[in-house]
Design a protein. Structure first.
Lengths: 58, 233, 323
């Protein structure tokens, strides 16, 4: 079963996890990446220009 | 001789308004006129990519349910013994991650827009409740994996849940019970509440921007009387 | 409700809006939904192909007792003598006094009572062993133990606990130093053998029925030992490791539980015997606060004060300024 999971992935995320320790905070690299991505996507969503539409939709 | 082709030649007569059927139909029509339920236009201020995160959340939920249905076709053990099953499980897991990813960004956006303004508080309330019920649905999913992760999660979570007294009835160590909550009760809850949330959005429309000069309640451009949200005509 | 009968109140920019009387633009929401549906499909297929998903196999009483028969036996004796975590848990498993979590008089665990009854001595040790046919020595040991006085039973189990603290694993076989523990040595030894054959997994789950989907008993037995917790510690899943957020391996876990698990790291919850109830109470208050945010002054003003909206609606404000 583990072999199936290994064969099913191009990048194997199994094995011992990597963690960041910062003061009393301990967070996995994976979760940290997800959270940073969320902040980046949120900022981009606000800053990136949205396509203009023609007015007068009736 | 004429042949009945099944097509109506006359419109249906309007029933008496005391009927439950007629009253429900009339209430639904007035709350959700068709061009408001499925509008083909939006206010011009809706011009930011932040607005797509609501629909991204909804379609992610659709993929969670679709992949969950495929897993249901073959049963809860399938993904442990089949490569195809494991792949569908991966789709299910990543659609859940996408669901929460987009939902939280949607929440941040709606917070900074103060999207509850103008009688839209129920929209906000149903949104937060959907989030909380979704956390519960995801939790029962993790319990249903039938692997080491679910063994650990269940034996740890039991302490938190037992402390509230709910553990007397809601037993996280009971795989059968947790699986049925995960595939029946909680999906119904999530879909109903999220559905209500989307209907609220259609009913009240997208919240307008803060008016220029909205520094305090005595604004030059604001009326002295609070007005309800105006739906797009 | 007509405007005349409507209650007149002062405009509050954090609660009210001026109605939109401006322009509308065409917006195809169904096409948008369809494009989003396809985009998410592509995203999850990519993620599934690249990363797959974790599936660490479950541990069993068999694998536990084979890998670490000493820890198994050390746990089994506490199930027999009623000192294990499950045996002394209190509701919903049993009625151990002063065991429920409480905040002041608020003690819901106690109020809801025992609804998942577990008698660890009977359910985890004696009952399973009694199902073994053709085990005369084991059955005799059980009969001797059960017919002894409570004082005698305690003397035996106490002596065994002392001895098993120095037990060793000799080629997977449990070896306990000699001691005055009467039939208890044979009982625990037999239970360890039963576990190592896989028979205990089946017996604890089935409870004498053919079909069962309730894993309460084998899971509680597993959780009473240190083997399960050691595996969890290695995977960074324990409470003090912020484990509630984590997944096995390097997979992203449940980042949305960050606040729930954070409270377990701070005083007084991190060392309180009522920590679970305290954290739950905090999260209840915060959740209700988030639900009713639109009604809470100051908090509902933060969007206006922080002015992130000026970025979101910058095109609208530019057009307003231009007219």
């Amino acid at each position: 079963m583990f072999l199936g999971a290994l064969l099913g992935a191009l990048i194997n995320l199994n094995g011992s996890g990597r963690y960041i320790h910062w003061g009393f905070i301990q967070i996995s690299v994976a979760n940290f990446v997800v959270i940073v991505l969320m902040v980046v996507v949120f900022v981009l969503a606000i800053l990136l220009p949205f396509p203009k539409r023609k007015r007068g939709g009736q | 001789m004429s042949i009945d082709t099944g097509e109506r030649s006359d419109p249906p007569a309007r029933a008496e308004s005391r009927q439950w059927t007629a009253r429900m139909r009339n209430a639904a029509e007035s709350a959700f006129p068709p061009d408001q339920l499925l509008p083909d236009r939006q206010p011009a201020y809706m011009a930011s990519w932040i607005y797509v995160f609501g629909v991204l959340t909804v379609v992610s939920l659709a993929w969670v349910i679709i992949t969950g249905c495929i897993l249901a076709i073959m049963g809860p053990s399938w993904w442990h013994v089949s490569t195809a099953g494991h792949f569908v499980n991966s789709l299910h897991l990543w659609s859940v991650e996408a669901f929460f990813f987009f939902m939280v960004i949607h929440l941040w956006g709606k917070f900074f827009m103060a999207a509850w303004r103008g009688n839209r508080r129920l929209t906000w309330v149903t949104g937060v409740i959907s989030f909380l019920v979704s956390v519960g649905a995801a939790f029962t999913g993790y319990l249903s994996q039938q692997n080491f992760d679910s063994q650990w999660i269940s034996t740890q979570a039991k302490d938190g849940i037992n402390a509230t007294g709910a553990g007397a009835v809601w037993n996280v160590l009971n795989f059968g019970q947790m699986l049925m909550w995960h595939i029946v009760l909680l999906p119904i809850g999530v879909v109903l509440i999220a559905g209500l949330h989307v209907l609220m959005v259609r009913r009240h429309g997208i919240v307008p921007p803060f008016a220029v000069g909205d520094k305090d309640s005595a604004s030059e451009t604001a009326p002295a009387v609070a007005v309800p949200a105006e739906e797009p005509a | 409700m007509s405007p005349d009968t409507k209650k007149r109140r002062r405009f509050n920019p954090d609660r009210d809006v001026t109605p939109w009387k401006g322009a509308y633009v065409p917006y195809d929401i169904l096409k948008e939904a369809f494009v989003a549906f396809l985009a998410v499909a592509v995203l999850i297929v990519l993620l599934a192909v690249v990363f797959s998903s974790p599936d660490e196999p479950a541990i069993t009483l068999k694998s536990w007792s084979v890998v670490n028969p000493v820890d198994f036996a050390q746990t089994a004796i506490t199930e027999l003598d009623g000192t294990s975590a499950t045996a002394s848990y209190g509701p919903p498993y049993n009625s151990t006094p002063d065991s429920s979590q409480h905040i002041g008089f608020f003690e819901p665990e106690q109020w809801f009572g025992v609804h998942q009854p577990i008698d660890t001595a009977q359910d985890f040790v004696i009952g399973p062993l009694r199902t073994l046919p053709n085990q005369a020595v084991t059955q005799a040991a059980l009969t001797l133990y059960q017919s002894a006085s409570p004082g005698q039973q305690t003397a035996w189990t106490t002596a065994y606990e002392k001895a098993v603290a120095n037990a060793t694993d000799v080629n997977g076989r449990l070896h306990v130093p000699a001691g005055r523990y009467g039939p208890v040595g044979a009982i625990i030894g037999s239970l360890t053998d039963m576990a190592q054959t896989g028979g205990l997994d089946g017996t604890l789950l089935s409870e004498g029925q053919f079909y069962n989907t309730n894993y309460t008993k084998p899971l509680l037995f597993l959780a009473d030992g240190t083997y399960l917790a050691d595996q969890a510690q290695a995977q960074h899943l324990t409470g003090s490791q912020w484990g509630m957020m984590n997944e096995t391996g390097n997979y992203p876990g449940q980042a949305w539980l960050w606040l729930y698990t954070m409270w377990y790291q701070v005083a007084p919850m991190n060392s309180s015997s009522n920590g679970d109830l305290e954290v739950w109470a905090i999260m209840m208050v915060l959740s209700v606060g988030l639900i009713f945010l639109p009604f809470i002054p100051i908090l509902r003003s933060i969007p206006r004060w922080t002015r992130v909206y000026k970025l979101i609606w910058r095109r609208h404000y530019r057009e307003l300024a231009g007219t």
